[in-house]
Design a protein around this ligand. Sequence first.
Ligand SMILES: [Zn+2]
Length: 394
Amino acid sequence: MLASTGSATSPNDRFTWHGAEVETFSVIARDGAARAGILRTAHGEVRTPVFMPVGTKATVKSVDPEELRAVGAQLVLGNAYHLHLRPGDELIAGLGGLHAFMGWNGPILTDSGGFQVFSLRDTLLESDDEGVTFRSVYDGRSERFTPELVAEIQTRLGSDIAMCLDICLPAGVASAELEDAVRRTTLWAERQRQLPRAPGQLRFAISQGGLDDELRRRSSEELTRLDFDGYAIGGLSVGEERAQMFEAAARAASYLPEAKPRYFMGIGDPEGIVEVISQGVDMFDCVLPTRTARTGSALTWAGRINLRNARFARDSAPLDPDCGCPACMRFSRAYLRHLVNQQEILGLRLLSLHNLRFLIDLVASARAAVERGGLLAWKEDALSRLSSAGPEAP
Ligand SMILES: [Zn+2]
């Protein structure tokens, strides 16, 4: 276990580990803008770039933490909004904190809830410089989030990385609204930065500004001046055109400090992951692996497979012969298709494990390419294989 030497207000940029001081984040290899690094948290090291499975409600849907570990997950996400409302962060704290509660002893990052509050536009009641009032998605009751409460929730949960409360707007809003979101996000980050946190907890700020380059730069500079342990790129992947999103992400990453980890919030499709890694993003999360599994689809190196397709009815081959997940090691496409068609829980579980393993392996392969200085060739090959029609072709 690592002991933090950081005070409540300064970033935890050094840990004392077996008597020696080490950096919280080290970049160990670079290739173009891309980096391979190590992020040190109170619950262990994370090799970056890293795909983080989403466990919004203290569970990655249908997957046991032991299985998560087995498919190579290093860091899991929880969500302050959902856990505050159900079952309550005080209850979780009383049961020993989020790690003990969910049976995961590895690193946990908790999102602040800003995304939930502002993306569920019809539940939003009022937002001012002090905080934001909204109706709970659980019971419709009026709730209020402030930077102070969000810091407190994440301290009680005891996550390894806490996110600042931010204002995430959908694509296409008026620039005055976007500008005000940037201003308020900085204001809130400044307040949250002063507040106590859990032992060893790192704190990341979230840059905003949508596709507006000037606002994105301003947001990044203001937050960087406040000096956080890491920085997220928020307010993208919210409905804008994809090429524009990647352009904005590349610029947003370049505005953030070289020496700190960068987290792109909400990207998880294979092509998107490959793209943002090459732009210098170190961390990303998405519900895609488990959501895709619920539609009966599997991610593979030869494109996406929908197991509902009749062509798999008598297919005795594994989903992906190169994959080491339980679904591929032990079962045929025909059996998985049967489970999916009968809506058997095992089918959902196996496809979730496979999709998680696929993305985690993809990222590990990208990291290896960065380390040997061959990311460009790797990326070209990966994108061409992923976009091939694969087994879905007639
Ligand atoms: Zn597999």
